[in-house]
Design a protein around this ligand. Structure first.
Ligand code: BES
Ligand code: ZN
Length: 641
């Protein structure tokens, strides 16, 4: 890192002497002045983001122009970002950007894209999981800053895959995952969901690889290694996304399509044929899709999440490719974020439930529109069941929608509370006000807040001014504060039900109690959701003989459906069904989706022999896992990186 010696000294002195905000003499004054963002007046202090060191209230980044080259040998991105600035006051000169493990090579300031001169900068001391603030002095009159930098091979927001970790086995692969605060590990930026930027990008790759971004992508021509992107709508940094690999494209509909490795493309396209209809269903409910195209990228199996709603290009795990479209509610979910999240964005990570609770609600409405009420109900019950488990085991403060994340990694907030409790809250409003009134309100919420970031308080205000004002009697029955600020569920909270599940529950009970043979169960006719319910409903004291019998009748150990296999393998560990252990190992080595593998390691770690086996498997599997997955698995296995 090239940094003037005096600046290094200054940085050291400042880092030990005072907290970041106090270093900037202009900060306190300007922070008091609210700054307009979109149609809403945003009071930056009210929406204070504990997970960003940036100072958008003073100098805000409005546009970024990325120019990066991917070096697969070094596993780094290298190049520059040019950021356009808007100052709350012409006299302000300190720009603060978030970074993590970036090597900053030079910083220049310019005016109108010209007159570039070296700018003073310092990289402040790093804070655990937040990274280091890059403090830049922007001369008066300058409106742009250009930063030359390179990423670390260990960047938390990037995963670099060897050819062996891909489907094709010939070319390497790399992908980003910026949410929650990992964008700063590959782009110096104001890494707060309250700051929106437009961007343009040029990405260079080795020939034979294609770069894709959550942006307007070039038409999928030959893989020449030089690609340009634009994102004309302002987006928060957690939606910045890039992937590079041997990727081909296939259209699904007139504005939908899928990118995947060549050998995965046909299977992906077949599974995802309903995507175009999903977009139409969502538009019918919530108004026009604001982003132009909706494409998906099917990633290699180490992708640590099920899906990520990157704008115009959802990133998805290949574990949804069940062969029978039974897991495509994940597409409905990521598509739903095009309204709840990407259009109306949580202003801070405390407000994460505004993204995920709303999205889970919208997801189920899309599923209902395409596949009927029964399917949506089954998925709601599965979610409710999982939520009940967390409500039993979580500390009270972690059961709250408007969660306190002070001093914590925002990724820790990804539990069923924002998703399922948040969704139940919206369902309770739907039940209270009736579907027509509630649907009109929700559509209005998306319209009123389009391209802005909102706090939980903004939501309370909006409800009070609209839906509640128009229906005062019904509003009087809503326990708004309790839903948002209290642990657990309020009395009278909705309790999703499914008729199909009632039948499955009955069979799980009688059969596990010793009645009838496994091959007499109607398992061949069950949907994926019914299977998941059946496996969830089996009692803790199920005998090993019954496990064997079930496996013999339905071949559960060799099931390709990743969700069913997950539940089955969990039972196998719990009941020491050793015949499934080789499959367990293959599963854990092949898949890196955190939600599917973490519970398996946790279950193994409950017994001394299990833990030994887990560590043995982890040794083989860990090199293939994403840094985010590694970070949550290391503590379970006592692994010292
Ligand atoms: N935006 C989330 C993924 C996320 C959340 C990544 C927080 C990092 C931090 C995405 O929309 C999501 O919720 N994915 C779910 C799938 C969904 C069907 C519940 C997942 O990955 O499991
Ligand atoms: Zn989501």
């Amino acid at each position: 890192m090239r940094k003037p010696f005096l600046l290094t000294l200054l940085a050291l002195a400042l880092a030990t002497a005072a907290p970041l905000r106090a270093q900037d003499p202009e900060a306190s004054d300007a922070a008091k002045r609210p700054m307009p963002v979109g149609p809403l007046r945003r009071d930056w202090e009210a929406a204070r983001d504990l997970h960003s060191a940036a100072n958008p209230a003073q100098i805000r980044v409005t546009h970024m122009d990325l120019d990066l080259k991917a070096d697969f040998a070094k596993r780094i991105l290298e190049g520059s970002v040019r950021v356009s600035l808007k100052k709350a006051d012409e006299n302000l000169t300190t720009l603060l950007l978030d970074t993590r493990e970036l090597e900053i090579q030079s910083v220049e300031a310019g005016t109108g894209g010209k007159a570039w001169t070296k700018a003073e900068f310092q990289l402040n001391a790093a804070t655990p999981f937040l990274g280091a603030a890059l403090q830049i002095t922007v001369p008066k009159g300058a409106d742009q800053v250009r930063i030359a930098y390179r990423t670390s091979p260990a960047a938390s927001g990037l995963q670099w895959l060897s050819p062996a970790q891909t489907a094709g086995k010939k070319q390497p692969f790399m992908f980003s995952q910026s949410q929650a605060i990992h964008a700063r590990s590959w782009v110096p930026c104001q890494d707060s969901p309250a700051v929106r930027v437009t961007f343009t990008a040029r990405i260079r790759t080795p020939k034979g690889l294609r770069a894709v971004m959550g942006a307007k992508n070039p038409p999928p021509g030959p893989k020449l290694g030089d690609y340009r992107f634009t994102m004309e709508k302002p987006i928060p940094s957690y939606l910045l996304a890039l992937a590079i690999g041997d990727l081909d494209f296939r259209a699904l509909g007139k504005r939908t399509g899928v990118y995947a490795e060549p050998s995965m493309l046909a299977k992906s396209a077949k599974e995802l044929t309903d995507t175009e209809r999903m977009v139409a269903a969502a538009e019918k409910l919530y108004g026009p899709y604001a982003w132009g195209r909706y494409d998906l990228l099917v990633l290699p199996p180490s992708f640590p999440f099920g899906g990520m709603e990157n704008p115009r290009l959802t990133f998805a795990t290949p574990t949804i490719l069940a062969g029978d479209k039974s897991l495509v509610s994940l597409v409905a979910h990521e598509l739903a974020h095009s309204w709840s999240g990407n259009l109306v964005t949580n202003a801070t990570w405390r407000d994460f439930w505004l993204n995920e609770g709303f999205t889970t609600y919208v997801e189920r409405r899309i599923v209902e529109a395409l596949y009927g009420r029964e399917r949506a109900d089954m998925e709601a019950v599965l979610g409710y069941n999982s939520l009940q488990g967390e409500l039993k085991s979580f500390a009270a403060r972690d059961q709250v929608l408007h969660i306190d994340l002070a001093g914590r990694d925002p990724d820790d907030g990804m539990t069923d509370i924002p998703y399922e409790k948040g969704c139940l809250f919206l369902r309770s409003l739907e039940e209270t006000f009736g579907r027509p009134a509630f649907d009109a309100w929700l559509k209005g919420w998306f319209q009123r807040g389009a391209f802005t970031s909102r706090t939980t308080a903004d939501l309370e205000q909006d409800l009070t001014d609209t839906l509640f004002k128009a229906n005062p009697d019904k509003a009087a029955t809503v326990h708004l504060a309790e839903w948002i600020k209290a642990p657990g569920l309020p009395d009278g909270a909705p309790r999703p039900e499914s008729k199909a599940f009632a039948a499955v529950d009955g069979l799980a009970k009688t059969w596990s109690g010793g009645e009838g043979r496994a091959d007499a169960l109607p398992g061949k006719t069950w949907s994926t959701q019914e299977w998941l319910r059946f496996l969830d409903a089996l009692p803790a004291d199920l005998s090993l003989d019954r496990m064997k019998e079930l496996d013999r009748a339905f071949g559960l150990t060799e099931r390709g459906n990743a969700e069913i296999a997950h539940r089955w393998l969990l039972l196998a560990v719990r009941h020491r069904y050793e015949a499934a252990y080789p499959r367990l190992e293959r599963y854990l080595v092949a898949i890196g989706r955190r939600k599917l593998i973490k519970p398996l390691y946790e279950e193994l770690a409950k017994t001394p022999e299990g833990k030994l086996m887990a560590i043995d498997i982890y040794r083989k599997a860990r090199p293939g896992y994403h840094p985010i997955a590694q970070a949550s698995l290391d503590p379970i296995l006592g692994w010292k990186p």
